[in-house]
Design a protein around this ligand. Sequence first.
Ligand SMILES: [Zn+2]
Length: 84
Amino acid sequence: MTDPVTLRDLDREGRLLWYYCAGCCHEVEVPPLSLGLAAEVAVPDVATRLKCSRCGGREITTRPQLHLQPLAVLRARYRQNGRC
Ligand SMILES: [Zn+2]
């Protein structure tokens, strides 16, 4: 196990944070430090602090934007679990 990736790690690597709402299928890629959260917050924990900007739902999944895992792959995976 490695330490969880934090928002600061993403920022330093020039990656975006991807999040997905299972309630309304809203998905966004945002600059990691644009959410107003502390840079030390681990990416999985961000999900517990976010509300969907569209529907206000809290069924949020967060992942680092992965170079090796295109957004389409993530989208397909979470569509299976969600209601979308
Ligand atoms: Zn939503």
